[in-house]
Design a protein around this ligand. Structure first.
Ligand code: F6R
Length: 244
């Protein structure tokens, strides 16, 4: 539990930087799983600052984003491609061919093939070194909504009504929020060598309490993280305020 979001975000960014630097020394790539949403914005801002002011290089970094709305044009203002470009990728020296984000333009019959290839690429690279997560008010991680299986892989899912409501502002109304998304599965996330889930402010307190102290159940997919030895929850005072 950190005093505030800024301190916590800087700590997470430092951890990522240390990982990248240690891997670079061994001439190994760092494979990062990244999240979008408001939660990681300050982490990305700090990584950009480290790149600009401290010379942190992302040349050896390979990224896989957790999810993308479906259908979604990458050029759309609400796409996670746009989000990642604006908050991180446009400001660092990452090789664009090392960036992986699910393709929201595929025709539905092609999605399953794409998802298998996404999983295969992660495996071929030796797995994710570190996966960043936020948490939705349904308890989703990625877009693994209530009902997701613990061994689920990358796939097309239907978004929960609450999740679409939370996204309504970005889309100018809930009716404009896509009903589906492509997301890495709980099983994909679990294979990461290190998982960091972040949550800020009191709005997240009830779901953080359920995720940490609640019974493990598909009703609150984040509770599956209780079964992982490699997970850390990094929260501010507000998000921690309901914990006993
Ligand atoms: C985003 C993602 C989602 C968000 C979650 C919280 O890539 O996978 O699980 O992390 O919906 O969103 P924010 O951070 O906007 O509260």
């Amino acid at each position: 539990v950190y005093p505030d979001q800024q301190t916590a975000s800087v700590t997470v960014a430092k951890r990522i930087a240390e990982l990248i630097i240690s891997k670079q020394k061994n001439n190994e790539p760092t494979v990062l799983g990244l999240a979008t949403g408001v939660t990681p914005i300050k982490v990305y801002a700090e990584l950009v600052r480290m790149h600009r002011q401290e010379g942190l290089s992302f040349k050896n970094v390979i990224t896989f984003n957790l999810d993308e709305y479906y259908p979604m044009l990458p050029t759309s203002a609400q796409s996670y491609v746009t989000f990642m470009n604006e908050n991180l990728f446009n400001h660092i020296d990452i090789d664009k061919k090392n960036i992986h984000i699910a393709d929201g333009t595929l025709s539905q019959p092609d999605v399953a093939q794409f998802c298998l290839a996404y999983e295969r690429k992660i495996t071929e690279l030796g797995g994710l070194d570190l996966q960043l997560l936020g948490i939705g008010r349904t308890g989703h991680i990625g877009f693994n909504e209530p009902g997701s299986a613990p061994n689920s892989g990358t796939r097309l899912v239907t978004l929960d009504d609450l999740t679409r409501g939370d996204a309504a502002r970005d889309f100018g109304g809930k009716e404009n929020v896509p009903t589906k998304a492509i997301t890495m599965g709980i099983g994909t996330i679990f294979k990461a060598r290190e998982i960091i889930l972040m949550a800020w402010n009191e709005k997240k307190a009830p779901i953080i309490k359920k995720a940490v102290e609640g019974e493990i159940s598909g009703e609150v997919p984040a509770t599956y993280l209780q079964l992982s030895d490699n997970v850390e929850f990094i929260v501010d005072q507000g998000a921690a305020s309901a914990l006993t």
